[in-house]
Design a protein around this ligand. Structure first.
Ligand code: ZN
Length: 267
């Protein structure tokens, strides 16, 4: 259970700076502009959000998901990071290939996007998801220790990308990869991470004292001064299967996404 949800809102205490304020403002946990990018082209249909828990209902949202979790000053501090994340989601295909010549592209770089601003945006997204009582974010619970330490980082001017909360970003083409699923907690090589889906960009944020190893360490944001993302040529079959599984029995979303997924998987 998320203990913090019981207190945030009731006392009008900001979930980030802990100041008591007359009114909390509504925050997008995942900014509306990013959610709108995931919609099928040439349609005005609301975005579909897929909970990773198949028992939860699929959500349609034109406006995004809001939660009243922070004060207006903290909400304003999120803007630069949200903008960097939006810039990456908009231009994910335009990154410059980076790495040895004549080898498959492992990673793309985005010279216009600062890795430290982007990382701060990812960490605030993680923190907002932690604070949010919305069912879409029910799997995100930092626990008291990490909550305190992420809060301290976000309230300081220190670069967050050098902290223990390293983040690896990944791009993938295809309509399945444009789907937004709710964030989930996973273990990779014995290290706890949260996976967040944005359209064509996923991110793995380490919430663990143990360091990333090998490729994870090398691929984490901060290795370059600008943003970079690891390149997947297509989603793994298991991942596509998981997305489809989350959709089973969910008319009419299944039809629309199922058909498109099948096409995407042959890309
Ligand atoms: Zn605040």
């Amino acid at each position: 259970m998320k203990d913090i949800d019981a207190t945030v809102g009731q006392k009008n205490e900001c979930g980030l700076c802990r100041e008591s304020v007359p009114k909390l403002v509504k925050s997008h946990v995942i900014p509306k502009s990013i959610m709108m990018l995931g919609r099928p082209k040439d349609t005005s249909e609301p975005m579909v959000l897929i909970p990773s828990n198949a028992k939860k209902r699929v959500l349609r949202s034109q406006a995004g998901i809001y939660s009243s979790i922070v004060c207006s000053a903290c909400e304003a501090s999120f803007q630069a990071g949200d903008d960097a994340l939006l810039a990456l989601c908009r231009t994910w295909e335009q990154g410059q290939p980076y790495g040895p010549a004549n080898e498959p592209v492992l990673c793309k770089v985005y010279p216009e996007i600062s890795s430290s601003t982007l990382h701060r945006g990812l960490l605030t997204t993680l923190f907002r998801a932690h604070l949010s009582p919305h069912p879409m974010f029910e799997n995100v619970d930092l626990g008291a220790e990490h909550e305190a330490s992420v809060r301290k980082l976000l309230l300081s001017d220190q670069p967050t990308e050098a902290s223990s909360y390293r983040a690896v970003m990944r791009t993938a083409p295809g309509l399945a990869a444009g789907t937004i699923m709710s964030p989930m907690r996973e273990r990779w090589d014995g290290v706890n991470v949260y996976r967040f889906y944005f359209p064509h960009i996923s991110t793995f944020i380490k919430v663990d004292k143990k360091p990333f190893d090998g490729a994870w360490q090398a691929g984490a944001l901060g290795a370059l001064s600008c943003a970079h993302a690891m390149v997947e040529e297509r989603l793994h079959d298991r991942e596509i299967a998981r997305i489809k599984r989350a959709m089973i029995g969910r008319e009419p979303e299944v039809e629309r996404f199922g058909g498109r997924d099948a096409g995407a998987s042959t890309n």
